[in-house]
Design a protein around this ligand. Structure first.
Ligand SMILES: NC(=O)c1ccc[n+]([C@@H]2O[C@H](COP(=O)([O-])OP(=O)(O)OC[C@H]3O[C@@H](n4cnc5c(N)ncnc54)[C@H](OP(=O)(O)O)[C@@H]3O)[C@@H](O)[C@H]2O)c1
Length: 289
């Protein structure tokens, strides 16, 4: 682990002239990330389900915000958001996420939690990629280390649905997505980077409804939301190598200041990452191999 001496949002560089998209930025870590990036000059586009609520959340904050409708679990909404984009996009932050929700299917028939955390962001990234000039930040979780993927049942059709298992698997898929995306970018000679951010455990409403003992037992180890967002802000703005994994420097990566950490072993498997990419492209049916 490479530690940086207590990096905070006060160390953010000037981002004047840069355009950033943050998904799920109407509350939680996404809103803090949006607020901080706008504070240092970025034009911040919030991709959110509830545009009225998001407008209210950023009203009066210093900086330039734009709020656009985006439900990342809905492939039509993802396509509409990407289709409406014009011009360069410096930075895409795939932040929107849900944890341990009951089994449900999207309008596309996809598992809702997987579609929100992984499948939708995969499609969004693929559709926007040729506009992105700097990097994609994928918000994952330390819990990806306990994730198990079944490429024959990525979308939880045949396995018994368990909300926490689905969450862990979706966040492992995100880690492998970053690995394969970076491989493809490098192979194509692109300067664009794919970077992972893990917030540790931050006191947002993500786990409010979760019955998971793990989450509730670990609450005493948690970060304030402001601290949790630092990993995302660091991954978004600092000169880190492609496919870096930025997470809190404390024990277990649960809390602390941003550091370059290592993802779990399964998240470093290039063959699995390649097969996952193909399986996901089949699932969303829209991305050229
Ligand atoms: N907090 C933690 O300890 C922790 C730890 C590890 C990873 N993370 C990750 O950090 C990210 C942010 O989580 P958080 O802690 O800030 O949770 P949060 O407070 O519950 O915020 C989640 C955000 O995602 C948005 N969202 C959910 N489904 C969406 C969809 N289909 N389309 C668009 N936006 C959607 C929510 O928007 P609505 O207002 O419309 O619901 C909300 O803005 C997630 O990816 C999460 O997995 C968090």
């Amino acid at each position: 682990m490479t530690s940086m001496p207590s990096w905070t949002a006060a160390d953010l560089p000037d981002l004047t002239g840069r355009t950033v998209v943050i998904t799920g930025a109407g509350r939680g870590l996404g809103l803090i990330t949006a607020r901080e990036l706008a504070r240092v000059g970025a034009r911040v586009v919030l991709g959110v389900r509830d545009t009225g609520k998001a407008r209210g959340a950023v009203a009066g904050l210093p900086g330039t915000f734009e709020v656009r409708p985006l439900d990342v679990s809905d492939l039509a909404s993802v396509r509409a958001f990407a289709g409406a984009w014009s011009g360069d996009l410096d930075l895409l932050i795939n932040n929107a996420g849900v944890m341990d929700i009951p089994a449900a299917r999207t309008a596309d028939g996809l598992d809702l939690q997987t579609a929100t955390n992984y499948t939708g962001p995969f499609l969004l990234t693929a559709l926007l990629l040729d506009r992105i000039t700097d990097r994609v930040v994928h918000v994952t979780s330390e819990l990806h280390k306990q994730g198990r993927l079944d490429l024959t049942d990525l979308d939880w059709r045949t396995r018994k649905h368990n909300g926490m298992q689905v969450y862990r698997a979706s966040k492992l898929a995100v880690v492998l997505f970053s690995l394969e995306l970076q491989r493809r970018l490098t192979a194509a000679g692109s300067p664009v980077r794919s970077v992972l951010a893990s917030p540790g455990i931050a006191r947002t409403s993500l786990a409010a409804h979760s019955r998971s003992n793990v989450v509730n037992r670990l609450r005493f180890l948690t970060n304030a939301p402001e601290r949790g967002a630092l990993s995302i802000l660091y991954a978004a703005t600092q000169d880190v190598p492609g496919n870096s994994y930025v997470g809190p420097d404390g024990p277990g990566g649960f809390r602390g200041f941003p550091a370059l950490r290592k993802p779990g072993k399964a998240g470093l498997d290039p063959a699995l990452a390649g097969r996952l990419w193909d399986a996901t492209a089949d699932l969303v049916g829209a991305v050229a191999r």
